[in-house]
Design a protein around this ligand. Structure first.
Ligand code: UD1
Ligand code: CA
Length: 470
């Protein structure tokens, strides 16, 4: 009793009006076709075959080793596409699941139920159906008095009465291999689109007295498919809701699930709070008790227990326990921010380490730097890391105080517990416990302004701005 799956992904996807193949469009950060392959995976099928054609190199490179490929050189319809995969089926396969690559919400359990229904009822085919409010564009399903499916009619070929039917073909089927092979040879392209419809196999099977049953989808959302960008947004929302509900069940508070975006591979710890406008992407991992958002985008970030990230953008970096980031901070790749750190407003950190309890409270640029623990980076501090050709590193030891508006000209090594005076441009290394000041000495002239004002009033001709020379 071998089981296999065929996923169709050769078509144009014309209605997307895109240079990118339809099945490669992402839903919650992952190409549609991979969502489907991920859900197929736990079924441990003997074989998974994806039918490719249009832009096959791009589609196949995303699929990689995860499925076998069958090529449909010309796109002559869904029936024709399945035929392209049949020669690849293993000899002992007798149940074949067929899915379309543009319906990424389908779940493992539903696929398992279709296989089981087909096998138990010894049906030629079992079709997953759904009753929907708006069936436009979809194939309509017609059942006989015994509840068996008689035929599927495509919208473009349907009469007005047939179009009024709201029971639709989801495009997900379990077939008996022999019936599938035999009926496909009889499909003819005698329809408005001049295509070989897979859906025509149903009436052909019925004509040879073979039973075909429908199974109603438990959740109409699960069978949503994507033909255009409006449907893409609908599918994105549906999957987003599924992801949010999963994390809410796991103990995460999401204030407004309609206004967050959480990728499929993101993880979030208990008692974390996700505020509106938050986008969590890639392999981002949020620990327990964190507060993220509002209006925050985290990509491939690791955020530890109790940290807060407010109105900020951060990627490919880590943030330690109880650290506070933002508002308006920008953390760029390769940054490793310790525990109990403060990265405040208008601070940019790039490819740098910040030790525990270090503070960069406002308006600073820390790039290519290794900053120790308990360091204070004052307002306006800049690591001058780029000489126009190459990047250089700045090292700052534990406990050092960097005053406001200090320029650190890298490469630079500042030892522990040093003190760099505000407004200094530091070009030379400073040893541990050292003090450095590098700025012009102040000149103060008492009464200078008062005298100047008095002069200006007496000397009315010419006006000061018309004077020639100093
Ligand atoms: C299809 C069904 C329709 C069903 C709907 C559900 C047929 C004839 N119609 O219509 O009954 O309600 O799905 O979403 O099957 N493809 C190929 N090669 C081809 C043509 C298509 O691989 O020659 C692939 C496409 O890439 C796509 C899938 O098959 O992934 C479905 O094709 P699409 O054109 O989207 O079919 P629908 O018109 O949506
Ligand atoms: Ca479709």
């Amino acid at each position: 009793m071998g089981r296999s799956a065929i996923v169709l992904a050769a078509g144009h996807g014309t209605r997307m009006k895109s240079k990118k193949h339809k099945v490669l469009h992402e839903v919650c950060g992952k190409p549609m076709i991979l969502h489907i392959l991920d859900e197929i995976q736990p079924l441990l099928l003997d074989q998974v075959i994806v039918v490719t054609g249009q832009q096959r190199e791009a589609v196949e490179s995303v699929i990689g080793e995860r499925a076998e490929i069958a090529v449909q050189n010309e796109q002559k319809g869904t029936g024709h596409a399945v035929q392209a995969a049949l020669p690849k089926l293993l000899p002992d396969t007798d149940s074949v699941l067929v899915l379309y690559g543009d319906a990424p919400l389908i779940r493992t359990e539903t696929m398992e139920a279709l296989f089981a229904a087909r096998e138990q009822r010894r049906a030629a085919a079992v079709v997953l159906t759904a009753d929907v409010d708006d069936p436009s564009g979809l194939g309509r399903v017609f059942e006989g008095l015994d509840g068996a499916i008689e035929r599927v009619v495509e919208e473009k070929d349907a009469t007005p009465e047939e179009r009024a039917v709201r029971r639709i073909n989801t495009g997900i089927y379990a077939f008996a291999r022999a019936d599938l092979e035999e009926s496909l040879t009889k499909v003819r392209p005698t329809n408005t689109q001049a295509e070989y419809y897979l859906t025509d196999t149903i009436a052909i099977m019925r004509a040879s007295g073979r039973p075909v049953y429908g199974v109603a989808a438990a959740d109409a959302q699960e069978v949503l498919s994507v033909n255009d960008r409006i449907q893409l947004a609908r599918v994105e929302r549906a999957m987003q809701m599924r992801i949010c509900e999963h994390w809410m069940r796991e103990g995460v508070t999401i204030i407004d699930p309609m206004h967050v975006t959480i990728g499929v591979d993101v993880t979030i710890g208990r008692d974390s709070l996700i505020l509106p406008g938050t986008v969590l992407e890639g392999g981002t991992e949020i620990g327990e008790g964190c507060v993220i958002g509002p209006n925050t985008r985290l990509t491939n970030m690791r955020v530890s227990f109790g940290a807060e990230v407010e109105t900020s953008v951060a990627r490919d970096s880590s943030i330690g326990e109880h650290t506070h980031v933002g508002p308006f901070a920008y953390i760029r790749p390769g940054s490793n921010i310790g525990a109990n750190v403060k990265v405040g407003d208008f601070v940019e950190v790039k490819n740098s380490t910040l030790g525990d309890r270090t503070k960069v409270s406002h308006l600073a640029y820390v790039g290519d730097a290794d900053v120790g623990s308990d360091v204070n980076i004052g307002c306006g501090v800049i690591t001058v890391n780029y000489d126009g050709k190459r990047k250089h590193r700045t090292v700052i030891g534990d406990g050092t105080f960097v005053g406001s508006n200090v320029n650190l000209i890298a490469p630079l090594d500042v030892g522990a517990d040093a003190y760099l005076c505000a407004g200094s441009t530091i070009t030379e290394d400073v040893p541990a416990d050292g003090f450095a000041i590098a700025r012009n000495r102040q000149v103060t002239k008492p009464d200078y302004v008062k005298n100047w004002r008095a002069r200006r009033e007496e000397d009315s001709d010419p006006a000061p701005n018309e004077r020639k020379g100093p």
